[in-house]
Design a protein around this ligand. Structure first.
Ligand code: UTP
Length: 297
């Protein structure tokens, strides 16, 4: 019988060099879209998908992230005294149950595959989800929930996939499609950051995965690959050869690459415009900015 997916790994041990100097002291995952840190979006998505255990793979300098999930007793008492039930309700969404959250250190940034492998003892012999918080996905049904449903049907490894322009394929893990079944594709291979003319398709893997325990066993053996890093892609590609049990899934939703500056700004605009309390003022500002720019051109 297929086991339910109740554990999720959040690899957050990367150096975040694209956001220097901010990431010199602020973990990328704490940077905010409007008023919520990136990590909160990922946690909410995981919760909606039925995840009960949250495993963070962290590194030196990420203590702000750990503090974020603590109860802020003094602040809560202050808000209670002042009758600010509205703000208390917002704070409540950041609290995690005792024992639901675990932190594991990746001592050196050896790659995403290595970060996931660091959580192997906490995951044990169970299927698990992996969420990269810098991919933020907006949509009616949370992306991971869609994937859990696909996993319940297939029992195989499921990776979130989306079409990207051919010129951008060298920035992603790319699927070699065996059979296109619509939202679902079966794959015969997967390659990390291929040269543009060597990309087997333009179907890119983005930061949501549901993986079987076999992937951890593959990671036990994987050596450094593309970019000198231990790649999760290589462990998944090995599983395609070994068990033919890997699916790409075209999720429904809009993905923002918040690991890049342009993507982060686009997400900020999109999320601000989706907020009833900000929409009018912000869209007026954007219209004025656009008019000023047009006039200057
Ligand atoms: P990125 O490729 O975006 O790297 O990692 P990064 O270090 O976060 O950012 P840049 O490229 O230097 O700006 C994708 C995800 O994998 C995690 C990151 O934290 C991010 O969530 N990661 C990457 C690790 O946890 N450990 C690693 O060794 C590498």
């Amino acid at each position: 019988m297929k086991r339910k997916v109740t554990k999720a790994i959040f690899p957050v041990a990367g150096l975040g060099t694209r956001f220097l100097p901010a990431t010199k002291s602020i973990p990328k995952e704490i940077m905010t879209l409007v008023d919520r840190p990136l990590i909160q979006y990922a946690i909410d998505e995981a919760r909606a998908a039925g995840i009960k255990e949250f495993i963070f793979v962290t590194s030196r300098g990420k203590s702000a992230l750990e503090d974020y999930f603590d109860h802020a007793n003094e602040l809560e008492a202050h808000l209670r005294r002042n009758g600010r039930e509205d703000l208390l309700a917002i704070l409540k969404t950041t609290n995690m149950d005792s024992g639901a959250i675990a932190y594991i250190r990746q001592h050196k940034a050896l790659g995403l595959g290595h970060a996931v492998w660091c959580a192997r003892r906490l995951v044990g012999n169970e299927p698990f989800a992996v969420l990269l918080p810098d991919d933020v996905i907006a949509g009616d049904k949370p992306c991971l929930q869609q994937m859990v449903e696909v996993y319940a049907e297939t029992g195989g490894n499921v990776v979130a996939a989306m079409e990207v322009p051919h010129s951008k394929t060298s920035a992603y893990g790319i699927l070699d499609v065996k059979e296109d079944l619509g939202a679902l594709v079966s794959v015969r291979g997967m390659v990390e950051k291929p040269a543009v003319d060597a990309a087997p398709s333009n179907l890119a893997v983005i930061g949501r995965y549901i993986l079987t325990p076999a992937i951890m066993r593959n990671l036990d053996r994987i050596k450094a690959g593309s970019g000198g890093e231990i790649q999760l892609t290589d462990a998944i590609a090995e599983e395609i050869v070994r068990s033919d049990n890997v699916y790409g899934f075209r999720f429904r939703g809009q993905r923002f690459d918040c690991g890049s500056k342009a993507g982060f700004l686009q997400a900020t605009v999109a999320f601000a415009l989706a907020r009833p309390d900000l929409r009018d003022e912000f869209s007026q500002f954007l219209a004025e900015m656009t008019a000023v720019r047009r006039a200057a051109e």
